[in-house]
Design a protein around this ligand. Structure first.
Ligand SMILES: [Zn+2]
Length: 443
């Protein structure tokens, strides 16, 4: 089925309302301002019932519009309190309000839905709401958000959130946000989390499990299975120091709190969410083997979460920067210097026959390790060229000026240009497939 075509098919807007890499995701004609989600989850039966109230502003007159929503049974849709017609298939909830929404109007879409949450499957495996052995997790990058709530699923479509979630009492529920209320019911607990910073749908997350909540000092906490507390305390023992280092290099941590979740299941890769990172039990081994990943995920709070890519073509702005933070942490914590990491990875990439243009790697390669490593090498090349003082000033002002906004590679080029004539360097590293030589300082 062609996206955007159907009995109630919205005409694809001229406002680039879908993502170039994920054209089935994203919707035109409105901007979401706020999501108010009221969810009830039964762990044993893996059943989710939800009421979503989406507040949006029409950017054109709307006789119909759509939201992204996975395989739930939709029980009813109201627009500004009036019952609306809808169809729901192939991940699109298409809505025809009783009367058109006028251009510029702020309106509400009320969706009631229920069913078994099913992750969005595809080239990256199962993404989104997923069952754990005893609980659930949400890891939505890049396209899993519709697996648990109706949304405009584009990274640049950032909004605020209020999430109320009721789950069986023995379980701890951690949602990406600040806990503002907690209530006890009969056999249940209700948790209310507020996310006031603009947040991309893919960065919203829910973690449900039998977790101990552990204070990591200052603005950090963790949710950890009881039996893993000792090994966690060792492996994440430098979390405070890591936060101090990244704040010194990048500027203030962008959210009120950082929560580390360790699931009692193995996970392929850790994943970032807003003010949160999620690790599997396999990322603990009592030897800090995976500490570089802790630095990577923490760095995503600046690169990816506060500064969010306008669309997925710009993925290196997330992954190249987070990878470079691994090297920065290594240097600061007694490991190899960034120069050593850069030389090693440059030599490795030079042996690969495949070349990737990292400013637009293509959907097949957006999570290719080359994007991560060459992205980091680009930053290292820039740093070598301009020197530490200019490089870190450039980085900190990039973070400060785009705080809680969306960014593109061209924004970064424009920003870098203000500090030094580096257009040629960035073009060679970002836009051409050939791997440039690493610059030598002062040349
Ligand atoms: Zn990453």
């Amino acid at each position: 089925m062609t996206p955007g075509v159907g009995p109630l098919g919205a005409t694809p807007g001229a406002d680039h309302s879908t993502d170039p890499y994920l054209p089935a995701h994203g919707n035109g004609g409105y901007r979401v301002l706020h999501y108010d989600l009221d969810l009830d989850y039964r762990v044993t039966t893996n059943r989710l019932a939800g009421k979503a109230v989406v507040t949006a502003r029409a950017v054109q007159s709307l006789s119909r519009f759509s939201l992204d929503l996975g395989t739930f049974r939709v029980q009813g849709v109201r627009v500004d309190g009036r019952s609306a017609k809808f169809t729901h298939r192939a991940g699109k909830l298409r809505i025809k309000p009783e009367r058109p929404v006028a251009y510029g109007t702020t309106f509400t879409i009320d969706v009631r839905y229920a069913g078994t949450p099913v992750p969005v499957s595809g080239r990256w495996g199962d993404i989104g709401w997923d069952e754990l052995t005893d609980g659930a997790l949400v890891a939505s990058q890049p396209n899993g958000a519709p697996s648990w709530f109706p949304c405009d699923d584009r990274p640049g479509a950032k909004a605020t959130f209020l999430v109320t979630l009721t789950a069986p009492a023995p379980y701890t529920v951690v949602v990406t946000g600040d806990l503002v209320a907690q209530r006890r019911g009969s056999g249940t607990r209700t948790w209310v989390y507020e996310r006031n910073e603009p947040t991309a749908p893919y960065l919203m997350s829910v973690q449900i499990g039998r977790y101990d909540l552990v204070d990591l000092g200052a603005n950090q906490r963790a949710a950890v299975p009881h039996r893993l507390r000792a090994v966690f305390a060792h492996d994440f023992g430098r979390q405070g120091q890591m936060m101090t280092v990244l704040e010194r290099l990048l500027g203030p941590y962008p959210f009120r709190e950082y929560v580390v979740v360790v699931t009692d299941d193995d996970l392929d890769d850790p994943i970032e969410a807003q003010g949160m990172a999620v690790f599997g039990r396999n990322h603990l081994d009592g030897r800090r083997t995976h500490e570089r990943l802790a630095a990577h995920e923490l760095a995503h709070q600046w690169f990816g979460n506060s500064l969010t890519v306008a669309d997925w073509r710009q993925i290196w702005l997330n992954e190249g920067f987070a990878t470079y933070a691994e090297w920065l942490w290594s240097a600061e914590s007694g490991g190899p210097s960034a120069d050593v990491h850069a030389a090693r990875w440059h030599a490795h990439l030079a042996t690969l026959p495949r070349r990737v243009v990292i400013a637009d790697p293509g959907v097949d390669r957006m999570f290719d390790p080359t994007v991560y490593k060459r992205g980091a090498l680009t930053l290292h090349a820039l740093r070598t060229k301009v020197g530490d003082a200019t490089f870190f000033a450039l980085l900190r002002s990039w973070v400060a000026e785009h705080r809680h906004g969306t960014v593109t590679t061209d924004d970064f080029r424009e920003h870098a240009r203000r500090f030094a004539p580096v257009d040629g360097l960035l073009t060679a590293w970002l836009d051409r497939p050939e791997l440039p030589a690493l610059p030598v300082f002062g040349l």
